[in-house]
Design a protein around this ligand. Structure first.
Ligand code: NCD
Length: 304
């Protein structure tokens, strides 16, 4: 049984294996080819926190491979409101499905779920912890766009403290040999353990508060949303909301082949005018979720 809880569950070879398989899934993801290798299998998507892309791309991936999907998005209509524990929910759902995709506000929830599940658990985001399947699709996008996963200057911009996508991505990029710059508002810096890891592996570039300071030397500008829901105090959120505005002027200052990525949803940190620029890759990135999650499901459920 293979759980997907953190990027630490993957070696470099594992990651490349997923990405290679995902490449072979693109036509199926687009509906240009038909494949029913997961026919008769069931995926549960249980989301205790809001989601658009992650849940729908997992469900599309399962449907495109001929499988079925059960689950919930929001706990209002479930027994969670009656006080059912995560442990009991997982125990039961794992009897209904061949794998469980879980998103939960608490860091460590997915790891905890593995103790109660009879089937593989895939972490679709545990609070400010990790988001490993997002990282796989981010790496897929980087490899497709840049032709490699190494020797890149990647600037992670935004809420590096609470943003789980950047935690997972920083660790994964460090497997390949890159330079990683950390750009965040004051108070939203990358957690010390991630910074120490980057420094220890010789891949820490610079830490600063302004994207202008790194744009000249950036191959990938990876922008993230300020994670409003994680702030203990709304006043603190207001202080940093709208701090960054990535606009065409800034994007034009980057190297000619720089790309702009974002896990989405974006609020106002990338202006809509950037969307039409060739550097903007975030909608391609969102599509890539489907072939990458198909590859993962075919491995985790299909035993490939
Ligand atoms: C991210 C998440 O949920 O962590 N969304 C996603 O899965 N693409 C990013 C975010 O919510 O800011």
């Amino acid at each position: 049984m293979r759980h997907v809880i953190s990027v630490h569950d993957f070696s470099t070879e594992d990651i490349l294996n997923v990405l290679d398989r995902a490449e072979g899934m693109v036509d199926i993801a687009k509906g240009l080819a038909v494949d029913d290798r997961l026919k008769g299998r069931v995926l549960a998507t249980i989301f205790f926190e809001p989601s658009t892309r992650t849940r729908l791309s997992f469900e599309t991936a399962m449907n495109r491979l001929g499988g079925g999907v059960i689950g919930f998005a929001g706990t209002e209509a479930t027994s969670v409101v009656k006080g059912e524990t995560l442990a009991d929910t997982i125990r039961m759902v794992s009897g209904y499905a061949d794998a469980v995709v879980l998103r939960h506000p608490h860091e460590g929830a997915a790891k905890l779920a593995t103790e109660f599940s009879d089937v593989p658990v895939l972490n679709a985001g545990d609070g400010a912890g990790q988001h490993p399947t997002q990282t796989l699709l981010d790496l897929f996008t980087i490899r497709s766009e840049m032709g490699r996963l190494n020797d890149l200057n990647i600037s992670l911009v935004g809420d590096l403290r609470y943003g789980r996508t950047v935690h997972s991505l920083a660790y994964a990029l460090s497997l390949f040999g890159n330079t990683i710059n950390l750009v965040s508002p004051e108070g939203l810096e990358m957690p010390g353990e991630v910074v120490d890891h980057l420094k220890g592996s010789g891949q820490f570039g610079t830490a600063c508060h302004s994207p202008e300071d790194v744009i000249d030397n950036t191959d990938i500008l990876y922008v993230t949303r300020i994670q409003k829901e994680r702030f203990p105090d709304p006043v603190e959120y207001e202080k940093v909301a709208g701090k960054y505005r990535i606009d065409p002027e800034l994007v034009s200052q980057g190297p000619r082949n720089m790309i702009v990525m974002h896990p989405l949803p974006r609020i106002n940190e990338i202006t809509p005018e950037v969307d039409a620029m060739p550097q903007a890759k975030y909608f391609e990135q969102a599509f890539n979720a489907v072939p990458v999650r198909m590859a993962l499901l075919s491995m985790v459920i299909g035993g490939e």
